[in-house]
Design a protein around this ligand. Sequence first.
Ligand SMILES: Cc1cc2nc3c(=O)[nH]c(=O)nc-3n(C[C@H](O)[C@H](O)[C@H](O)COP(=O)(O)OP(=O)(O)OC[C@H]3O[C@@H](n4cnc5c(N)ncnc54)[C@H](O)[C@@H]3O)c2cc1C
Ligand SMILES: Cc1cc2nc3c(=O)[nH]c(=O)nc-3n(C[C@H](O)[C@H](O)[C@H](O)COP(=O)(O)O)c2cc1C
Length: 613
Amino acid sequence: MAPSSDVIVLVLGVVLASLYLFRGHLFNSSPKSNTTVTSVNKEENGNGNPRDFIEKMKAGVRHFLLPFYYILNILLQKKRLVIFYGSQTGTAEEYAIRIAKEAKSKFGLTSLVCDPEEYDFEKLDQFPEDCAVVFVMATYGEGEPTDNAVQLMQNLSEESFQFSKGEHKLDGLKYVVFGLGNKTYEHYNVISKQVDQHLTKMGATRIGNRGEGNDDKSMEEDYLEWKDGMWEAFARVMNVEEGQGGDTADFAVSEIQDTIAPEKVYRGMFHSFPTIEHSFVYIFVPGELSARALTRSKGIHDAKNPYAAPIALSRELFQNTHNRNCVHVELGIEGSGISYQHGDHVGVWPSNPDLEVERLLCALGLSEKRDTVIGIESLDPALAKVAFPVPTTYATVLRHYIDISAVAGRQILGVLAKFGPTPSAEAYLRSLNTRKEEYHAVVTEGCLKLGELLQLAAGDDIRATPTTANTTAWNIPFDTIVSSIPRLQPRYYSISSSPKLNPNSIHVTCVALKYDSACSRIPPRSVYGVGSNFLLNLKYAANGEIGSLVSQGNESLFPAYAIEGPRGAHREGSIYKAPIHVRRSTFRLPTNPKSPIIMIGPGTVSHWVVCHV
Ligand SMILES: Cc1cc2nc3c(=O)[nH]c(=O)nc-3n(C[C@H](O)[C@H](O)[C@H](O)COP(=O)(O)OP(=O)(O)OC[C@H]3O[C@@H](n4cnc5c(N)ncnc54)[C@H](O)[C@@H]3O)c2cc1C
Ligand SMILES: Cc1cc2nc3c(=O)[nH]c(=O)nc-3n(C[C@H](O)[C@H](O)[C@H](O)COP(=O)(O)O)c2cc1C
């Protein structure tokens, strides 16, 4: 006779298989629609208070489109993690997702990855005993929390804040902390230290050491060094064993065969969806627009919804532009609902340059399929959301939505190695993944982007213009690419205009980033920053200097971008537009105009002060 637990699992299996097969009738879930815009939050929220993370943890993940074994796996799991991230520009969020993925692959534990701004913290004292909470916290300003962590920090720090049991106590709460900071700032990693102190004071117990990542050196290496010790402590405290998880995918990518109206395919927009006439209609993707955007009475453009601002004027500021450029760009904001104050930053949303898009399309064997319409669905929406709207195309994802231009991270090489087209390509990536010094010497010093690294590992010439003929195709599933490469983030610039003088335009002063790779083993190349050269390209186009954009196979020329935007939405006649949003800053000039000011400003950041004074 089978043991009783086996019988339960068997019965549960039959019930779940039936639920899956008859899901359409039982749960009225519409069949997988190829044209549906992904809206994950509704599904994961359950019916209760969407700001209650305890309820969400208990509700688990309900997703009847998932394979049977996956549902079974989730329902049988007992221990779970809630991961809060305090993030301004997305790095902490990426690390939060990485921790969630590792918990799943190592121990088979599912996690809820949460933007603290979207939750209430009263019930933190009801956190289940067999669960742990992880805080991944960046520090900003003068040792301040990120915008989305302000409320969380207040709740943790203020003794007057009472949790649901009427006290400012979190006895028995198990937690993990990883902080993101930069040692060049006086208040290094202060927020993660404060989280740790507040929690300890309230009776909570930290698992492992507090991790600290230093953006100035190598955040990635700091994280990799910290995490192994943390997971060992985690396994002990949580009484879980490694090897319980598996290599499960986070996303399902499907090629859409049905005819689909072209205007329903996202080609690089975020939430502003261009109609055929290129005017803008807002499509609200539930859960994707920020709370700030939804509640603000005037203007809905923010870090999750940029505005296509027309370039009113742009010019070069350097006299000698032989090897360097600094551009002044004036962006129109009239009628957009956007306002700003001196000291604020403008976020410019770049796209990836043509060369890197082409390189990766070839290296992934997707060159012919670049315009194939694809749907992407998260298999665990509480862990990994599809960070961009779908349906879309392979080329759009690579051009607009994920950061294919950054230096390839060490961890991802371990994930991709097994898809090597030859044993030597696989061995090459594995050696870079496991040998830190080797990785540093080749990838970091060689400034190798993912596409270049795949070419190099396969023995291709990274200096040639990439084509299907000279680039070896790797058979990497596209869901692995979406899952492993972070989102392309906006680049921030200190606004260099005064709202008093220029209420209807935002001025940017931007140095185009260009430097040389410094690796003796790889042919030296010029490396171009994504966002600053995107702005430089816009300046060329806006002034009709198109000739500068044409690549002639000479690497000293500038990278070219599809600056006309999705379906030409970023161009109206001779006017070009840049997707932007404004981020408030706490840095302000003294209110008293008689206060003396001493200005010490390296780089370009001091220019706005000059402008205001
Ligand atoms: C609040 C704020 C205000 C800012 N204001 C301004 C401003 O007013 N004007 C301005 O020009 N910039 C400003 N910046 C910087 C700006 O946001 C971008 O970081 C800059 O334009 C480069 O972005 P990019 O996309 O071109 O480069 P990316 O493609 O993001 O490349 C940058 C990365 O390249 C690497 N790198 C850079 N130099 C080298 C080198 N010599 N060797 C090896 N690797 C290197 C580093 O890893 C760096 O992180 C500001 C940044 C912040 C956070
Ligand atoms: C304007 C600005 C202010 C910052 N202030 C601090 C600081 O006071 N202390 C610190 O340790 N790091 C500071 N940092 C570094 C960030 O914490 C670090 O870059 C982090 O990786 C950002 O994470 P995020 O992308 O999730 O926002 C600052 C960064 C910026 C851009």
